[in-house]
Design a protein. Structure first.
Lengths: 130, 130, 130
């Protein structure tokens, strides 16, 4: 594989936080964003805004929750995390259209892009100042 | 593609901050360093020292500024930024020799390697202590 | 190369800190972890726990120290460092089984995974409180 193939493949397989934010704002119905991080729920309570939470280890049994007609965007923790790559390979093998969000939630937060806090949803009173 | 091809292609398509600094110091005339970040100028006023500033979105119309006989080194923000990959693919398709600087300006600054501050050039009095 | 090949190759060529920690705890005798960073020893005195220290520039003459029957895990500084990729390519060409630890020692430390401090081994009195 030469350098041009390398860059073209990376650009086909991944999408940056900036590009995803712009694309999803323009055409929100075209994308299905998935948080595929594994591990204890409390350490991953903050997710990217509007992400569906389907851990990579649950993909097999929850495949019916994933739309075949949208572009699936998967993310995990960081640029050195392989969980999103595993999820992407699994879904691509089954005919889904998939891209990995580069840098995971770490890059997204570094950009100060919008997040959701599931712990706040589960325990809203924790955030109540009254 | 096997693992060996993977590493060889990465090494062909990219150059690390340490390797670039060493190569450019030894043979400065062989390289043309390009900052291809898009977006508002004020957020990208600090660039890598001696970089030509040609945003990826202006590449088409500014192609004549890029030498064909040098190795073009492109960079953007960070390891999860795809802008340099887009610029690299665009230039490789047109016959340029191109490598991506891994980690972008973020890794470069983390290494405390030399930078230029264009805002300082534009408003030199800002830096004057008198 | 398509997106599926891209992810499968990445997963074949690399291992994340979390995956390596889990695999090495389950089957420690299957892995040989190698710190291949170059440069002055004092800046790389902290290594990943139980790593063999064989700088990439010394690989040729120290090849006999590397077991052929284990999976070699190489790491360098960070996700944008190419030294581990160079070491991996060198060893794969010679028939070793090799993976790169994603994110290098930087990601490992960010996860608070166990490290060794060789400077402490060399100068144990520095750590003595008596």
């Amino acid at each position: 594989m030469n350098a041009l193939d390398y860059f073209n493949t990376r650009l086909e397989a991944t999408i940056s936080p900036m590009d995803y934010l712009r694309c999803a704002e323009a055409n929100p119905e075209e994308y299905f964003l998935m948080d595929v991080r594994n591990g204890p729920e409390h350490v991953r309570s903050v997710t990217i805004k509007d992400a569906a939470v389907i851990p990579q280890q649950e993909l097999q049994e929850r495949l019916h929750e994933i739309p075949k007609d949208k572009e699936i965007i998967v993310y995990c923790w960081d640029v050195w995390c392989n969980t999103a790559a595993k999820a992407a390979a699994f879904l691509l093998e089954r005919g889904y259209k998939v891209k990995e969000l580069t840098g995971g939630i770490s890059a997204w937060k570094e950009m100060n892009f919008p997040v959701s806090d599931f712990s706040a949803k589960i325990h809203p009173s924790d955030r109540c100042g009254c």
